[in-house]
Design a protein around this ligand. Structure first.
Ligand code: WQD
Length: 340
């Protein structure tokens, strides 16, 4: 059995990746310090999959601990999802973001070198592309023109890992550039559970639909888009998770490094997303128009031909399924994992 280390395995992306790994016959070892997640997800994962896995509470920046985990569990690859990801917070706390988001990668790479692990899948982001010079974004679009430390930490990690692959001919690295993952496992048992006021649109919409927040602020309706609101390439979190397993299959015969977009290739507006949740929940969501957020772009949309060509991967789930699954999770777990 191929054992995979999933950093941030208690998080939104990491927990869905673990479901896909277990369902497809991999072993999983989750490392998480619960900075932005809850250990309560692990029991739900075991219930959902009917399978067991290893979970370890630790800081991924702890290199000695990462070396111990890799040596003990005979790991085939690392999927690195752990990281700080709040764009506005990164602007006010740049040092914490660089220290954590780069420190975790340094720790993992050193531990891998010392234990002979040579495969790395990195949770990157379309945010590395910055203001689009052309759309859809292909993987050849320039990167690095980011307006915040969160995005820059992704750019820097991509460079570190690309250089590690160039210096170590037996290493295989895949940089997965996520567009906008939304939704939840169809069971409604795991999902996105940000505390407080969410930064991202879908968790905010769901808190309004649940009556936990009074109104949804629409961050600008004066973009040059069909309905004036921002357009994004939203993909179902379960499709995203499958993209990670597809990347592992690719790494069976690949050394070197590749950046790959994970998206649908279509973009959806804020108002379309709101309508999707209104339709599935039967509720009318109060909204208010606010000013644009600094650094926001009018549209992001992925060219997804490379994922199809290299991995044979493409998204399967529709916007309706994304909204229905998101609402099922949020309506059944209005307080996320803390409601139990
Ligand atoms: C989507 C759309 C907003 C909030 C960021 C990161 C990316 C990824 C996902 C981190 C935009 C609008 C939002 C709100 C709104 N990783 N919006 N009101 O900014 O595309 O991407 O999050 O999690 O790396 O860059 O996603 O969900 O914040 O915004 O109108 O309260 O919703 O203007 O058009 P974004 P988002």
């Amino acid at each position: 059995m191929k054992n995979i280390l999933v950093t941030g395995g208690a998080g939104y992306v990491g927990s869905h990746v673990i479901v896909s790994l277990l369902e497809q016959g991999y072993g999983a070892v989750s490392v998480d310090n619960f900075y932005n997640s809850s250990p309560k997800v692990y029991q739900r994962l075991r219930e959902l999959t009917g399978k067991d896995f290893i979970d370890i509470e630790a800081d991924v920046c702890d290199e000695a601990k990462m070396k111990e985990v890799m040596a003990k569990h005979d790991l085939w690859a690392v999927i690195h999802c752990a990281g700080y990801k709040a764009v506005p917070e990164s602007v006010s706390k740049p040092l914490e973001y660089y220290q954590n988001n780069l420190g975790t990668t340094f720790s993992l790479c050193n531990a891998m070198r010392q234990t002979g692990v040579t495969r790395f899948v990195f949770s990157s982001s379309a945010t590395v592309y910055g203001e689009p010079q052309f759309l859809p974004y292909t993987e050849e679009h320039p990167t690095g023109n980011c307006t915040n430390p969160y995005g820059m930490s992704k750019v820097m990690n991509e460079r570190i890992l690309t250089d590690m692959a160039a210096a170590n001919p037996d290493w295989g690295v895949v940089l997965l550039r996520y567009f906008n993952p939304i939704g939840a496992h169809p069971s409604g048992r795991i999902g996105d559970a940000p505390g407080g006021i969410p930064n991202n649109i879908m968790p905010y919409i769901l808190k309004v639909a649940n009556g936990l927040l009074p109104v949804l602020p629409i961050a600008g309706d004066d973009y040059d888009t069909p309905d004036g609101t921002g357009l994004r390439d939203y993909l179902h979190i379960s499709d995203l998770a499958e993209g990670h397993v597809a990347a592992l299959r690719y790494l069976e015969d690949f050394t070197g490094s590749e950046a790959v977009n994970l998206g649908t290739g279509q973009s959806v507006s804020v108002r379309e997303l709101i309508r999707g949740i209104e339709k599935t929940s039967g509720k009318t969501l109060p909204t208010e128009i606010k000013s644009r957020r600094p650094g926001d772009i009018a549209e992001a949309r992925a060219d997804v031909s490379k994922a199809k060509r290299l991995f044979g991967w493409e998204t399967k789930k529709t916007l309706e399924e994304m909204c229905a699954d998101a609402w099922r999770w949020a309506s059944q777990n209005p307080q996320g994992y803390e409601g139990e």
